[in-house]
Design a binder for this molecule. Sequence first.
Ligand SMILES: Nc1nc2c(ncn2[C@@H]2O[C@H](COP(=O)(O)OP(=O)(O)OP(=O)(O)O)[C@@H](O)[C@H]2O)c(=O)[nH]1
Ligand SMILES: O=C([O-])CC(=O)C(=O)O
Ligand SMILES: [Mn+2]
Length: 625
Amino acid sequence: MNALEKLEKLLDGEQFEKIKALNNPELHEFLAEWIEWLEPDKVFVCTDSPEDEAYVKWKALYYGEEKMLETPNHTVHYDNYYDQARDKANTKLLVPGGKEIPFLNTKDRDEGLKEIRELMKGVMRGKELFVCFFALGPRNSVFTIPAVQLTDSAYVAHSEFILYRKGYEEFRRLGMGAKFFKFVHSAGELDERKTSKNLGERRIYIDLLDETVYSVNTQYGGNTIGLKKLAFRLTIQRAVREGWLSEHMFLMRVNGPNGRKTYFTGAYPSMCGKTSTAMISWENIVGDDLSFIVPVNGVARGANVEKGVFGIIQGVNPEDDPIIWEILHSPVEIIFSNVLVKDGKPYWNEMGIEIPDEGENHSGKWWRGKKDAEGNEIPPSHKNARFTVSLEHFPNVDLEALENPCGVEVGGMIFGGRDKDTWPPVREAFSWEHGVITMGASLESETTAATLGKEGVRAFNPMAILDFMSVPLGDYIRNYLEFGEKLSKAPKIFAVNYFLRDENGNWLNHKLDKGVWLKWMELRVHGDVGAIETPIGYIPKYEDLKRLFKEVLDKEYTREAYEKQFTIRVPELLAKIERIEKIYREKVGEVPEELFQVLEEERKRLLEARERYGDYISPFALEGE
Ligand SMILES: Nc1nc2c(ncn2[C@@H]2O[C@H](COP(=O)(O)OP(=O)(O)OP(=O)(O)O)[C@@H](O)[C@H]2O)c(=O)[nH]1
Ligand SMILES: O=C([O-])CC(=O)C(=O)O
Ligand SMILES: [Mn+2]
């Protein structure tokens, strides 16, 4: 029996017709094999029609994975109390022979496939399977990658409809030519709250050879939404093979003088400010999490992989995040996850208004002071509680850039992390190579609640991408360096640090200061302002920032604040170079030799500067040159 004949037996007539219309034998085989294996009671195939999307949304409510809230089109979803973040330990790359690759969590492919197949055998008995088609990147473009998702979670499918472009027609158009990704997900057995129960058997296995990802016994978006962080492992591999970049980066427009539009990408680790930067209210958002950057005729062109936001809700308040606040209070389609609900209204930590003392949250029935099994007090919402919404509802979205099949020219690329004591708030690299190595490849950041495990530990996180890395780090960095050589005008590279603290642990910057750094970077891309040369790159001049603080935030920026923030901290910077160099020399394995040269040059510049100026160098001293 061939695959289509098998499918005809497995599916209802109407569903079968939808599959038959896609002329792709590889797709048919994959579907036949997995539908038979998963044994769902029922299969629903989603085309791009609004009716099919509506069916999925309705099923999320019908099966109890989402509940309606008071505001129309708002729903809430809960993940298991212990399934609130990405599970790094159980996320593995399947590689032949289980080859060990530094910093990557690998597993023998045959063993992994065997294990996951066993876990998934008949896992959908009594359940409905949704077969969905999406596209990564704008459709019918150099960026497009089609993907098929199998899931028994209507919540996951619903989230994907909000976050990704529909892809059924794309499969139809491409026919046998579709080089597509495959995702198979099951939430596994559910408890009475409709959350995944068998967390001990939670597995996320990425088959790099077959460009397929399997995920089981989990619901949290970062572990299950196939097109997000699961596809990301596959796109990194493709990008390195094909010579482009697939990055953990927002994409935004910064508005310069006289209507000038300059596009920036920015890579910060999870929970370190991508969304909050891309949402600066006077600029424009294109994407907040994942970007593809492709060299086209010597120009780096960027596109958002997604079309929606799976954003962190903690701390969203009307002052700092006026646009998100507005959206979250309007009747557009939103899924809230792991927030507190009372009388049909959602509440979250640090929202700037009074929060009820009881309700329902990620721990079930909740009251203030409630403790979990470990004795920790449970806050109203989880730190990693999120909202899922389409970008089309954002008044500040740059729709033209979002939908442009040619993407946008990238003028600047930014790297940043949680760093309390080393990097200044903003600086510009001397060159592409200098930026890639001393900013991107040298990124460190304190760990956050976006992954299971301890928070606040300084960790090596090159390009903010380490959690998702799927190729040897040296290959990834080589690809980055070579990417620059393909460009006639490489984007300028910048590094930011929003998280500097003083001796008492207080932040040195306000959340909105990043709006000033962005304006400065925009001017620098076009050579409109000068800068101070330091051993670690160019930093802004006080006079320029003073003017920008006034213009952008209507704030007085004092010389004292500037001096404190932009002091070059030689001992911390040298220690960092030591750490980074050691990691690359001792742990990473093969790395382009340039990396060590560029780090060595930076060290020399720092040592020379220390000779002349001492350990902590005021920017005014350097400016005096
Ligand atoms: N102190 C300080 N905190 C900030 C700043 N910007 C953002 N944050 C906090 O950082 C947290 C996460 O920021 P997001 O922008 O949502 O994170 P993200 O990079 O989009 O994260 P992912 O969606 O996990 O990839 C929020 O709790 C913010 O309040 C800042 O300038 N200063
Ligand atoms: O993938 C997720 O869970 C959400 C996210 O953006 C990240 O953690 O970087
Ligand atoms: Mn992210």
